[in-house]
Design a protein around this ligand. Structure first.
Ligand code: DAH
Length: 339
């Protein structure tokens, strides 16, 4: 049967037609009620179960090929005819190629979806920020290296204005504006003064998370991160929290998940540790609460921040960050949104 399909495909490839009648005959011969494809579908019942998948795919490919060949021929014929006769306005236009969503948008939407189910709202802030929202209100000491020109893009005329280096700036804006309970995530673009390579880029995307209420604990943070991981990567993925340091959280941690690329055995992506870092998190430092006008005696909160490219890299196993920014259609058309 497979050989037969190949033969039909070859015949169809060879076929050429000049006139509408010839094209119509071709259509009837292959796609008509008693045509070649109808025959194939009829015989499909007899194909042994283990070959059904392959044969089915091949028949569908053949059908698609013939349909698009017919469209091409009709188009070519109508172009030729236009000069001599009147144009047939009822003919379908040339097929348009459908676009696909960018993988970063797909992953961002999934993250929004997962946290949305848990009652997190979405908040946004400006990409061009000031020192207060990116650093000072987040408890960065004046001499912190992130404030260095080497890491941050500043506006030359006014060093108080800069491109945000993380979406943590949005949590400051939300805390200044809203009263607890606050439960929000902030997806957005961030900028760092990095040399572009497979592992680093000067533009990338983050999602910040923030929850502030009475009695929020580290256990709540851990639970939500575990839930997120299971929803995003699957139920059998483990997380690991390592103590870390951020000026705006105390205690702070970094979260790893077991490497999806090697299944935890060790590979060059996880540097043979079996684990990959995917986010930073911690309990909001009381200083940050006070800086933004929230009573740190009454309220506690947690925050976390993750890189969307990082999550996408693990989900799709794309190891070169630059691909996300080049907009090469051969890369982009491979991704399908689940919703
Ligand atoms: N802003 C940090 C970064 O860009 C990520 C981060 C770490 C955000 C800890 C947080 C947090 O909210 O609690 O690397």
């Amino acid at each position: 049967m497979l050989q037969n399909i190949e033969k039909i495909l070859e015949e169809a490839r060879q076929f050429n037609a000049e006139t509408r009648e010839e094209i119509e005959q071709f259509r009837i011969r292959y796609l008509g009620k008693k045509g070649v494809l109808a025959d194939l579908f009829k015989n499909f019942k007899q194909v042994p179960a283990e070959q059904k998948k392959e044969v089915g795919q091949k028949i569908n490919q053949l059908k698609q090929f013939i349909s698009s060949r017919i469209e091409e021929l009709i188009l070519a014929a109508s172009v030729e005819v236009t000069g001599k006769e009147s144009t047939d306005l009822t003919l379908p236009g040339p097929p348009l190629q459908l676009g696909a969503r960018h993988p970063i948008s797909i992953v961002r939407n999934q993250i929004i979806d997962i946290f949305g189910r848990l009652g997190f709202t979405i908040s946004e802030g400006p990409e061009i920020e000031d020192d207060w929202h990116v650093f000072s209100a987040l408890n960065f000491p004046p001499e912190h290296p992130a404030r260095d020109m080497q890491d941050t893009f500043f506006i030359e005329k006014d060093p108080d204005i800069l491109l945000r280096t993380h979406t943590s700036s949005v949590q400051v804006r939300v805390m200044e504006k809203e009263k607890p309970p606050i439960r929000t995530i902030s997806p957005g673009r961030v900028f760092r003064n990095e040399a572009i390579s497979a592992r680093a880029h000067c533009i990338f995307h983050q999602v910040e998370g923030l929850y502030i209420d009475e009695n929020v604990s580290f256990a709540d943070l851990k639970q939500i991160l575990l839930y997120f991981t299971h929803e995003m990567f699957g139920k059998d993925v483990d997380i690991r929290l390592r103590p870390s340091y951020f000026p705006f959280t105390e205690p702070s941690a970094e979260m790893d998940i077991n490497c999806q690329i090697c299944g935890g055995k060790g590979c060059n992506v996880c540097k043979y540790s079996g684990w990959l870092e995917i986010l930073g998190c911690g309990m909001v430092d009381p200083n940050v609460l006070e800086f933004t006008g929230i009573d740190s005696k009454k309220y506690t909160g947690y925050a976390f921040g993750m890189g969307i490219e990082r999550v996408a890299m693990l989900k799709y196993q794309v190891r070169d960050l630059r691909l996300y920014f080049e907009n090469d259609i051969r890369f982009l058309e491979q991704f399908q949104a689940a919703h």
